[in-house]
Design a protein around this ligand. Structure first.
Ligand code: PHE
Length: 440
């Protein structure tokens, strides 16, 4: 089916293609790298409960709001807001999304490059015959070698650009249809494997038994920021993906499927990382290096460790790549729709610019952390707040109700969502933002 003709923007081939691509966007480094280490830092169970609460009370409502804006307007991030409320400066929300796409993908591509380097290290069996110190040293060696990082960063970006340049159904969707089933299979194998290690009991207890006394207000805000990042919310990525939806699609069902898929993958990633970490007495609170520095030490000592390491980093590279595609698509769609660039030109040129913007993060990991902080602490929460206010207060009742089109009994669910998006989400999001500014 040719959906990518000159005068059409392209479309998902159907609901399944869309849901897979949206789960592909959501499931990324946020689930497999960030979620375990943040849960580790904030003490486990109680953080997990609060995280799930954030997904239900803010994540799902904002996700549905983004899908509604996208599907209703069939436009890119900026055009979508502008076409709904031309006279008000709401298009700023879309601009913020495009800027976030540049910022996040610039450093996301660097971490994606690390992952590819680790796929390579797994392939050449670099972890097996080495001492723990040497293995941990591999990460430092990569970090202090900008050229090596730039190389893998470039390779990662070329992959991402190639899929985006291919178009919606024949590029992004195709990539997700190949990589997402592979990701799920690898993840199931790894969970089955990890749960047989002696650290399982401690890991399950750590992840699922809340110790409320360990919960701080900072943890609650961190959980909310993590939920936004993990579900790809606050930068109109889901507006953009939603804009390629056909008329007959059920947004409410899709939103639930995406949210459940994303959360389940994060929890399963925890069930891979923590049993292995506890089996080898590694610190769950090791921070961002948990996956790159400590896990390979465990892999080197496990039976079949070669395959476990290879499966783990391959899975992570697929997760990162399908998310990177959505980050680039937000930026590309704007230039395609509004500036009338061809998809090929937009993908390669913008991918190139974003690669160059990421070079400082190859050189300095402090800079990388700084960019991540700007994105997750400011850009995404502000974006999500504006989206919630837009759908909750700028749109009218009958416009909002379109989110429930095709549902047999929308009323109760609609009022529930309406309440969450108008009151609960904005208050919670304003909370994170004020907290960032140290005002609360
Ligand atoms: N959700 C992705 C992850 O968890 C990151 C992302 C954020 C992708 C925002 C798109 C938009 O890794």
């Amino acid at each position: 089916m040719d959906t990518e003709t000159k005068d059409s923007r392209g479309q998902w081939s159907g609901s399944l293609g869309f849901v897979l691509a949206a789960i592909g966007s959501a499931v990324g480094l946020g689930n497999v790298w960030r979620f375990p280490y943040i849960t580790g830092e904030y003490g486990g169970g109680a953080f997990v409960v609060v995280y799930i609460g954030c997904v239900l009370l803010v994540g799902i409502p904002v996700l549905l709001a983004e899908l509604l804006i996208g599907k209703k307007t069939q436009r890119n991030a900026v055009g979508a807001f502008r076409s709904l409320r031309p006279r008000y400066p709401w298009a700023f929300t879309g601009w913020l999304g495009v800027v976030s796409g540049f910022v996040i993908l610039s450093y996301y591509g660097v971490v994606g490059g690390w992952v590819l380097h680790y796929v390579y290290l797994s392939l050449i069996n670099a972890f097996s015959a080495s001492t723990p110190d040497n293995i941990a040293g591999l990460f430092g060696a990569l970090g202090s070698n900008p050229l090596l990082q730039i190389f893998w960063h470039g390779v990662f970006m070329v992959f991402a650009v190639t899929f985006v340049a291919g178009g919606i159904s024949r590029g992004i969707e195709l990539g997700n249809k190949i990589m997402m089933p592979a990701l799920f299979s690898l993840l199931s194998l790894l969970v089955a494997y990890a749960l047989q290690t002696p650290g399982t009991g401690a890991a399950v207890e750590f992840l699922f038994r809340p110790r409320w006394e360990q919960l701080s207000p900072a943890a609650v805000l961190e959980a909310l920021g993590q939920a936004l990042f993990s579900m790809s919310l606050g930068m109109a990525a889901m507006v953009t993906y939603g804009s390629y939806l056909g008329k007959n699609s059920n947004m409410v069902r899709s939103a639930f499927t995406i949210a459940v898929g994303d959360t389940v993958v994060a929890l399963l990633a925890g069930l891979v990382v923590f049993p292995i970490a506890f089996t080898f007495s590694l610190q769950p609170s090791a921070g961002p290096s948990l996956i790159f520095q400590t896990l390979p030490i465990a892999f080197s000592q496990l039976a079949a460790g070669y395959f476990v390491a290879l499966a783990f980093f391959t899975l992570l590279s697929f997760a990162a790549l399908t998310s990177a595609m959505s980050l680039l698509e937000v930026v590309a769609a704007y230039f395609i729709d509004e500036r009338h660039w061809s998809r090929k030109k937009a993908s390669w040129l913008l991918g190139g610019v974003i690669f160059v913007l990421g070079l400082p993060s190859d050189v300095s990991h402090d800079f990388l952390g700084f960019m991540d902080g700007i994105a997750t602490n400011y850009l995404l929460p502000i974006g999500a707040l504006l989206i919630a206010l837009f759908v909750g207060w700028a749109l009218r009742h009958h416009e909002r109700q379109e989110a429930f089109d095709g549902m047999a009994k929308p009323t109760l669910a609609y009022y529930g969502w309406s309440f969450l998006i108008r009151f609960v989400s904005p208050v919670a999001l304003l909370g994170i933002f004020l907290h960032q500014l140290r005002l609360i």
